[in-house]
Design a protein around this ligand. Structure first.
Ligand code: ADP
Ligand code: ASP
Ligand code: MG
Length: 415
């Protein structure tokens, strides 16, 4: 018997009417003879509200870690409500269903509260549920540590719960959301964005990690590692209605038509830190980035240039916005030792990226990007590249203009 994990995001379970529609979509899959597990997010807006409450209660006050076990106990609660409500609704429709919290599955994680990693999901409890003909309705986003403390998997983490459960029970994974697939760019900022029928795991991984929040990055990593077939679909349809084809995330070999660029992503979550007047000798970068690494600050883009006066250099790098203040404090604390003249931070920046496996075999992709931005008078502050992506850091005010210009220049409007 085939198995399916269906995941419904926050807008898909935002109220009781939508939960009833979700129940109808689940029932339609059960009617085809599949064993079904459902993963739900909290109602949209709920997790933000819970996070704000933890702020109000003094989270991250002097000396406390930003996310700890009590933070997770609070913010995981939104998913408990929707799992119970959906199981109840399915029962009212005459189905056998039960809810599972993370610890009841169990979804075993490490102890990194607020961004825990799933380590194992013993499948026995879900197997028993399937054997009894029950639909398992699982609270996404949460897990449990070996010490039986609740953890959460980072924002957007229900996607990862769903893929991990699909890997554990050897099923397919359908991610239902408020758009009918993965688009060439965020359809909210470019109305000409096109749905991609298929996207490779690798491209999806870059799209997600460069800002396209339609799938959480870790969910794509996990799908890729365990070869879980993933589809992204809209939940805003009734069973029986033309469901739309969604987007299939699959191996590159399964995609016939290779594009040079598949998508454009953006992120406003970066801050740029500038160090002026650094001594220009070996070991300086290691001193700076060693300290940041020790403090668990992730550095993304880096550029260094020789200053006009001899023997000094300037350096710019980016970190996540939430780490910016801490990163500045860390380098400032070592100013004497490292020996730079000044440090500045700029939070009004955005990273815009183009992604495509076809870049591997095509020259001139970066040049088209730089030219398109120049024609719009958009200044590039930092550039970084990999085999299948090019990212630029620009003034945040031009994010949308840049995304639209790049979408057009690579012909994505016409797919
Ligand atoms: P859910 O609550 O279902 O998890 P999310 O809000 O996390 O949904 O993700 C869906 C949103 O992702 C869409 O509404 C869309 O605005 C955004 N998005 C960003 N980039 C893309 C893209 N390339 N394709 C589709 N959606 C995207
Ligand atoms: N509810 C959580 C969040 O808002 C997890 C999720 O929706 O995937 O981040
Ligand atoms: Mg999401």
């Amino acid at each position: 018997m085939s198995r399916l994990v269906m995941k419904f995001g926050g807008t898909s379970v935002a109220d009781l009417e939508r939960i009833r529609r979700v129940a109808r979509l689940v029932a339609a899959e059960v009617a085809t003879g599949k064993q079904v597990a459902v993963v739900v997010s909290a109602m949209s807006g709920k997790t933000n509200e819970l996070v704000a409450w933890t702020d109000g209660a003094g989270r991250a006050a002097a000396g406390l870690p930003e996310s700890d076990d009590e933070y997770d106990a609070v913010v995981a609660s939104g998913e408990q409500v929707t799992a119970g409500l959906l199981a109840m609704t399915l029962r009212n429709m005459g189905h056998k269903a039960r809810s599972f919290l993370g610890w009841q599955v169990p979804i075993l994680t490490d102890e990194a509260h607020g961004r825990a990693r799933i380590e194992e999901i013993p499948p026995e409890n879900l197997e028993e549920c399937f054997a009894n003909g029950e639909i398992a309705v699982i609270a996404g986003f949460q897990g449990v540590t070996p010490n039986r403390r609740i953890t959460t998997l980072g924002r957007g983490g229900s996607d990862t719960s769903a893929v991990a459960i699909a890997a554990a029970v050897k099923g397919d994974c359908d991610i239902y959301t408020d758009v009918d697939g993965v688009y060439t760019t965020d359809p909210r900022i470019e109305s000409k964005a096109r749905r991609l029928a298929k996207i490779s795991y690798e491209e999806m991984l870059e799209m997600a990690s460069l800002g396209a929040k339609v799938l959480q990055t870790r969910s794509v990593e996990m799908a890729m590692a365990h070869r879980v077939p993933v589809r992204v679909l809209s939940s805003f349809v009734e069973p029986g209605e033309a469901p739309g084809q969604g987007t299939i995330v699959c191996d590159e070999e399964e995609i016939m038509e290779k594009r040079i660029v598949s998508g454009v992503a953006y992120s406003r979550d970066e801050a740029k830190i500038t160090l002026l007047g650094l001594p220009d000798h070996p070991g300086v970068s290691s001193q700076i980035f060693g300290r940041l690494a020790e403090a668990n600050v992730n550095v993304d883009m880096i550029v260094q240039s020789r200053a006009r006066s001899a023997d000094t250099a300037n350096m710019e790098f980016t970190v996540g916005k939430r780490d910016a203040t801490r990163a500045v404090e860390i380098v400032q604390a070592a100013q004497k030792e490292i020996g730079f003249e000044a440090v500045a931070v700029n939070e009004d920046v955005a990273k815009v990226s183009v992604i495509g496996v076809g870049m591997r075999s095509h020259a001139g992709v970066a040049q088209s990007m730089f030219q398109a931005l120049a024609e719009k008078n958009i200044n590039i502050q930092v550039i970084s590249t990999s085999e299948i992506k090019i990212s630029v850091l620009i003034d945040a005010a031009y994010t949308e203009l840049a995304v639209r210009a790049l979408h057009a220049v690579y012909g994505l409007d016409q797919l």
